[in-house]
Design a protein around this ligand. Structure first.
Ligand SMILES: [Cu+2]
Length: 460
């Protein structure tokens, strides 16, 4: 079959792929697949194979029973309700200003990207309830990787409807959740447009104390000097993903198939954790001069979208919950630091190491102690990712001498978090071993409505 014959076939294949979902509904193909497909960019053999199968007809066996939500109150387990609302909204992308909004067609849980984090203890029951408002254009689903039940059984929730499922969070760690599309069709579009988040499952017996490898000089001899840190830690959550967009901000499936992303995002933003005007003013004495090479979200009138930095104390136990929500590997590294410990599923995967690799839908808990005051950058150490958005700045201690310079009050000398605060979207819900953040700022890819809700919750 030649290229032009295949070109003819494309509409047929695409309709076959979503045909099941179109029956009896008014949803159009573009609402579900949402982009023009560039045929020339595809592997023609693969397209032929899809055609031979009469489309991507994903038949899932229903071998796994959905856990009944009834009667859970008598099991003796703690039940945590997790309420999600699926909505499509336009949200800002890099280049967005108050005068000239630049947006993309996002799909969200609760009007924010990523969706809210649910945090439980191993052995708790999560009762997820998904509501799709009547005015939403398409159905949505939910697949929580912390569960061990088939997402296919949950299927999709239609506009105007609401559905739940329950499961025991049996395994500790960080776990993705994501929209499962419209009966699985367009799942890529929904997830890569923003319908993802995490569940944090704390170990039933708590986090372990952290051993930091050091050396010391004793009696003229260099000796090992292990330092033991309390399991209590200052915590952050970082979720990595990509955007694949057309010029007009619609999802571009062709670009996704070619793995040619438009942007790399961390918690929904390209360069969301870099200096803003306030930092420029404090450090350089001039708000109009930029410290960092890319400061796309620097002005205060951007409100919840204004960039923030992550502040920690030196010699503090810091715990990062990291999830790769995307389609590309994440080579997680902190410039200037060593990852002191990497944990997955409650088991230590690595002691001190320079970088840890996360494939798609993979997670880890990383423990780090920043010994020296300074500016550190958490990156996806793939150069394309760094320069397209995956650079997150962490400031430890008082590397700029701002305490003396600006007379910032104690205990600011140990961390600017006390004076400047940490961004709300990078802070997970509090667990039993969380060190409280001294101050929290509103920051996130939130709709204005969701920003107001979170602001009220945080008492800002
Ligand atoms: Cu969806």
């Amino acid at each position: 079959m030649n290229t032009s014959q295949l070109r003819m076939l494309i509409p047929v294949v695409a309709v076959a792929a979503v045909g099941m979902t179109l029956l009896g509904s008014t949803y159009t193909q573009t609402q579900i697949s949402a982009q023009a497909i560039d045929v020339d960019s595809f592997d023609l053999d693969a397209l032929q194979a899809i055609n031979d199968m009469h489309g991507l007809n994903l038949q899932m066996p229903k071998a796994f029973a959905q856990m009944d939500c009834e009667g859970l109150d008598t099991t003796g387990r703690t039940i945590q309700n997790f309420e999600l609302v699926g909505t499509s909204v336009d949200l800002p992308i890099m280049g967005h200003t108050v005068d000239e909004p630049k947006t993309y067609q996002a799909m969200t849980f609760n009007g924010q990207v990523p969706g809210p984090t649910v945090r439980v203890t191993q052995g708790d029951v999560i009762r997820m309830n998904l509501t799709i408002p009547a005015d939403e254009a398409v159905p949505h689903g939910n697949d929580m990787h912390a569960s061990q039940i088939s997402g296919a059984n949950f299927d999709s929730v239609y506009p105007g409807d609401s559905k739940s499922y329950c499961y025991i969070a049996e395994v500790p760690g960080v776990f993705k959740y994501h929209c499962s599309g419209v009966h699985i069709a367009a799942m890529d579009q929904h997830v890569l447009s923003g319908m993802y988040g995490i569940a944090i499952v704390d170990p039933i017996d708590g986090y372990k104390r952290l051993v930091v490898e050091k050396t010391a000089v004793e009696n003229g001899q260099v000796v090992r000097d292990r330092q033991f840190m309390s399991p209590d830690a200052l915590e952050f959550q970082l979720q990595y993903n990509q955007l694949y967009l057309t010029e007009s901000g619609a999802y571009d499936m062709g670009a996704m198939m070619k793995h040619q992303n438009t942007a790399t995002v961390v918690n929904g933003f390209q360069f969301g954790y870099v200096p803003n005007d306030t930092h420029d003013e404090l450090i350089l004495g001039d708000a109009s001069r930029d410290i960092f090479i890319a400061q796309p979200w620097e002005t205060p009138d951007l409100n919840q979208y204004q960039s923030q930095l992550l502040f920690v104390e030196t010699d503090q136990h810091v715990r990062f919950f990291v999830e790769n929500q995307g389609n590309e590997p994440v080579y997680w590294h902190i410039v200037g630091e060593i990852l002191d410990r990497v944990t997955q599923g409650g088991r230590v995967q690595s002691g001190p190491t320079e970088t840890w690799l996360l494939g798609g839908s993979q997670n880890m808990v990383v423990d780090v102690v920043f010994d020296e005051p300074g500016v550190y950058v958490a990156v996806n150490h793939d150069y394309a990712a760094i320069f397209s958005g995956a650079a997150t700045i962490i400031v430890a201690g008082d590397p700029f001498g701002l305490v003396e310079k600006h007379g910032l009050p104690e205990p600011v000398s140990k961390s600017y978090a006390y004076a400047l605060g940490n961004p709300s979207d990078a802070i997970p819900p509090t667990g039993p071993q969380s060190i409280e953040h001294p101050m929290i700022n509103l920051h996130g890819l939130y709709t204005d409505e969701q920003a107001a809700t979170i602001s009220a919750e945080l008492g800002l």
